[in-house]
Design a protein around this ligand. Structure first.
Ligand SMILES: NC(=O)c1ccc[n+]([C@@H]2O[C@H](COP(=O)([O-])OP(=O)(O)OC[C@H]3O[C@@H](n4cnc5c(N)ncnc54)[C@H](OP(=O)(O)O)[C@@H]3O)[C@@H](O)[C@H]2O)c1
Length: 249
């Protein structure tokens, strides 16, 4: 029971998958979560196992609280503990304000915001068993800036960042450290759903003060820092990893 365990939601591809592999390299057994892409989840599992760690796949839509509870019950049964929870899974409807419907709001907020609260509650119960743990969520610049067609996702990420502050205070007595990492545009599959993908990528390439776009590894490096003992006095913060683009007007 000394083997540490990490759950990464949405780890069938993109930033979540890269985080899962980095945590496996760091010695954690990995709980891989996905909603639709079983093939991707199986590929992540294969790569985790090639690193000598255990991979446990759970299909669960994190926008559904009953599915969240079932996911954590499975983790408890399989491992009896949880040390790290990376709240990475996200979805969202990309529409201008006047085209948004109630179902778009509910879908996006359930997956991107509500999931953090109800996963964190369940994660905290498992983390307490071994004296604490760490939670990191992934956010985006739309939480604090205007991005075209991004209204509901931006609002959902603003809620996630606010919730990160509340969780950081109330879970601190359980020795659970809670933070978030917010990124500029990263060229993952997520961007395929953006109507203005090409424009967004070009702008990130041309305007980022650091001289290049943010890459998946830039995000994962910061997640790993927040999961390390070096950052234990950072609480409830959202660290922006954007090569400086949000500094421009
Ligand atoms: N790409 C960017 O430009 C960028 C920038 C800043 C922040 N971020 C954030 O980084 C995180 C990862 O983004 P990404 O670009 O790596 O996205 P991605 O490639 O689209 O991957 C999203 C992952 O989330 C999973 N997922 C989606 N809906 C889910 C649900 N309801 N329940 C469980 N899993 C679900 C997907 O699995 P299935 O395929 O099985 O649904 C997939 O594994 C997100 O929080 C995103 O907002 C991305």
């Amino acid at each position: 029971m000394t083997q540490k365990v990490a759950l990464i939601t949405g780890s069938s591809r993109g930033i979540g998958k890269a985080t899962a592999l980095r945590l496996a390299e760091a010695g954690y057994d990995i709980v891989i979560n996905y909603a639709r892409s079983k093939k991707g989840a199986l590929e992540t599992a294969e790569q985790v196992e090639a690193l000598g760690r255990k991979a446990f796949i759970i299909k669960a839509n994190v926008g559904d609280v009953a599915k969240i509870k079932d996911m954590f019950a499975q983790i408890e049964q399989e491992f009896g503990r949880l040390d790290i929870f990376v709240n990475n899974a996200a979805s969202g409807v990309q529409r201008p304000v006047m085209e948004l419907e109630e179902s778009h709001w509910d879908w996006t907020l359930n997956i991107n915001s509500k999931a953090l609260l109800f996963c964190a509650q369940e994660a905290a119960k498992l983390m307490e068993i071994n004296g604490g743990g760490k939670i990191v969520s992934i956010s985006s610049l739309g939480s604090i800036r205007y991005l075209e067609n991004y209204t509901v996702v931006g609002v959902s990420k603003a809620a996630l960042e606010a919730l990160t502050r509340y969780l950081a205070v109330e879970l601190a007595p359980k020795n659970i450290i809670v933070n978030a990492v917010s990124g500029g545009a990263v060229d993952t599959e997520a961007l395929k759903h953006f109507p203005n993908r090409e424009e967004l990528l070009q702008e990130a390439k041309d305007k980022t003060p650091a001289g290049r776009m943010v890459e998946i590894d830039d995000m994962v490096n910061t997640v790993m820092f927040l999961l390390s003992d070096d950052s234990s006095m950072i609480r409830g913060q959202t660290i922006i990893v954007d090569g400086g683009i949000s500094l421009l007007v």
